[in-house]
Design a protein. Sequence first.
Lengths: 95, 492
Amino acid sequence: MSLDAATVRRIARLARIRVDDTEVETLKSELNAILGYVEQLGEVNVDGIEPLSGGAQMALRQREDYVTDGEIAEKVLANAPDREQNFFAVPKVVE
Amino acid sequence: MSIFDLTIAQASAKLAAKEISAVELTTAYNDAVAALNPRLNAYITTTPELALEQAQAADARIAAGDATALTGIPIAVKDLFCTEGVRTTAASKILEPFIPPYESTVSAKLKAAGAVTLGKANLDEFAMGSSNITSGYGPVENPWKRAADQDAKLVPGGSSGGSAAAVAARIALAATGTDTGGSIRQPAAFTGLAGIKPTYGRCSRFGIVAFASSLDQAGPMARNTEDCALLLNAMAGFDEKDSTSAQREVPDFTKALNRGVKGLRIGIPAEYRLEGTNPEILALWDKGIEWLKTQGAEIVEISLPHTKYGLAVYYIVAPAEASSNLARYDGVRFGKRVDGVDLIDMYERTRAAGFGPEVKRRIMIGTYVLSHGYYDAYYLKAQKVRNLILRDFTTAFETVDAILTPTAPSAAFGLGEKMDDPVTMYLNDVFTVPASLAGVPAMSVPAGLNAEGLPLGLQVIGKHFDEETVFAVSAAIENAAGFSALPELRAK
């Protein structure tokens, strides 16, 4: 199976990355090379095998649900590209 | 003997004996960084003044009798660790500018031990690469040269390429790295260093810019196994800020170095003898087997039958996790923003301008394998094969104590080589990826030079949380190899 240009554009859209027409062609061949390589997993029999999601040999730890920090708005906002008082500013979403 | 010849253990002894001061040591390294970094590009950010302040504090601490083995030791920190008040880039233009308001746990532990930070080391963008050429801040030059071609620039490996080049060129005494599929071990092998990827969960991931969270692990890179053990002693340990941090005691890893290998059973996996592997690499591997046998280890032929699928699993799982982790770079809360006609357009323009080509490729592959209709065929399938790879190791470790393999399929290659397509570059990680997928500890130790005069490494893989045996076997190889070659391009 190989990706066509329309699928590459759809993936780029899902990934929120703007691509132009020349990039689509390059990406198409590169992504197809990677997908072609991973096709070999098709030959592995995984009947009855559970998926392994993590590297940790343990169950995730539980913790008490309480606030451990806060009142650091200036720190949180210090790297904001744009802000209005104590908020991150973005282009208008709802007219 | 030059001050740059000192290992951490030796420098620490001289600091304790007041034969040198931390300020003298740091000043020498600051000067060496200033002299060599413009050429090597091993650091993205240098912090000489901060280093000097830390060195003064270290001298005070030594005078007060409150020093650790790392107090006053000048190191490089991979620029993937967030450092409070010091620019952190992950080698990506999308984090320009970003000054973390907090410190990663691992770098905080090193600071607390009194280590001096010379600067932030270059890397592949978001740690995605095996040659350091994907860095948004330019490639790193490997200080090692081919004997017959001193002008050709070679890569230091990646993704911890800046860390590797800095330690090899002696513009850092040691460095931190991170390893997702080989990013500590392969650059260590390419630059004649020792480097260990500890067991997943051994070092906290808190404050390390995330690439693939189920694989990312921090570890040390240094001149020898002893220095790595000293660093890992300080870096490891439980951290409640990382939900996958292991609640385990941290042993003194230096105590394992002299255990020897007598009576240990060392597995040699048949599947790592890949067709077409460089005969020099295979010959070195055979030498390593011989060294361990001579020192009393029992060599056992083993099988890790799913080895050949490791890379394919990795190049589904890691991009999938990356596509999720890197969704946070949207131009809203930190880093770069490129304005657009609406919010979506702003996201798309910001990410198009901020990410380099390799990062875009991986985000898109990850997005695809997680997308509706393809999740089961790619992502779920890869997770199941990942479990088979873990089982391979679990089964092998029922009969052996450690596994010996080559670290990488070649020595350092030239800048611009292996660029034909992404998969050619990915094959660099063929020997390192399986241990990452299984979460087991693995170390690369320099074991010899190839015919061109370039360093080659051997990899020792251990059981979960048995870094001690990994250190014991690695130290035995180190002793037998007697690797003492140095790159000509270095601080002297």
